[in-house]
Design a binder for this molecule. Structure first.
Ligand SMILES: CC(C)(COP(=O)(O)OP(=O)(O)OC[C@H]1O[C@@H](n2cnc3c(N)ncnc32)[C@H](O)[C@@H]1OP(=O)(O)O)[C@@H](O)C(=O)NCCC(=O)NCCS
Length: 227
């Protein structure tokens, strides 16, 4: 476990960071998010919760026995859980095969610093955090792949990574940083609010590829103004 006094160095990505950066991306996306996504529907009463209630009510009258109804409802829950796990898993797999592929991470590092980049946070020689950025238009850059090792969270590491992106973005004349995330990424929602980002949009998540009433996930957009 890291202490608050540990020296954190934020630096540009090197090819030797590839394995660890991919691991942090995978852990950041997979650890708990699919489960939060599933349980959040009941906590927030999203459209998915009403879809499930509707399925339970309709099948109650059609089931031959109480036991068969309970079994059916359990199967439906397992189906939704599996679907959510699959959604997050596919997202990570796609990321690893596209912008996170290749030791040089050319997607982020070969376009010139004014267009894209990738930073890592290091403590005692170990990479414990990552962030990437990419130009959206003449006014803004978007951050991606923000992830911090679970053992090193709430120590200001993500803040330092985002500050580094802000420094580069300012130097190249951008006015704001955009961040997109989903309602299941609770740590990210807290982080963006604390790190000076402002929520500017919230809508049904387009990612899962099936109807909102079957996934209940929202997409949120945050903006941090630099000037
Ligand atoms: C989101 C994430 C990157 C934050 O990293 P971090 O290094 O813990 O964040 P920081 O320590 O820089 O936090 C900055 C502020 O946010 C707050 N914060 C961060 N995570 C929080 C949480 N889970 N709950 C409440 N507050 C939180 C910190 O307390 C701190 O507040 P302060 O400025 O008042 O002290 C990290 O939790 C993570 O990797 N999550 C999984 C991956 C993910 O969802 N990434 C976002 C992709 S969109």
């Amino acid at each position: 476990m890291l202490t608050e006094r540990a020296k954190v160095i934020v630096r540009e990505y090197k090819p030797s960071d590839h394995k660890r950066s991919c691991q942090l991306f995978k852990l950041g996306m997979m650890t708990g998010n699919w489960w939060i996504h599933y349980t959040l529907n009941f906590k927030l009463g999203t459209s998915l919760m009403y879809t499930q209630l509707l399925i339970a009510l309709l099948t109650f009258s059609l089931s031959p026995s109480f036991l068969s109804w309970v079994s059916f409802v359990l199967l439906v829950q397992i189906f939704f859980m599996g679907n959510m796990y699959r959604g997050w898993f596919n997202y990570v797999r796609r990321g690893l095969k596209t912008d996170m592929s290749g030791k040089n991470l050319d997607h982020w590092t070969a376009k010139g610093k004014e267009n894209a980049g990738f930073f890592v946070a290091e403590v005692d020689g170990l990479v414990v955090g990552t962030v990437a950025y990419s130009k959206v238009n003449g006014e803004s850059v978007e951050i991606f792949r923000l992830s911090v090792d679970a053992q090193c969270r709430k120590l200001g590491i993500a803040k330092k990574l985002v500050e580094e992106v802000a420094k580069v973005a300012k130097a190249h004349g951008y006015y704001c940083i955009i961040a997109n995330c989903s309602s299941a990424q609770l740590s990210a929602l807290q982080f963006y609010t604390k790190a000076g980002f402002e929520e500017v949009n919230r809508c049904a998540h387009p990612g899962p590829g099936y109807w909102f009433c079957f996934h209940g996930l929202e997409a949120l957009t945050y903006i941090k103004r630099l000037h």
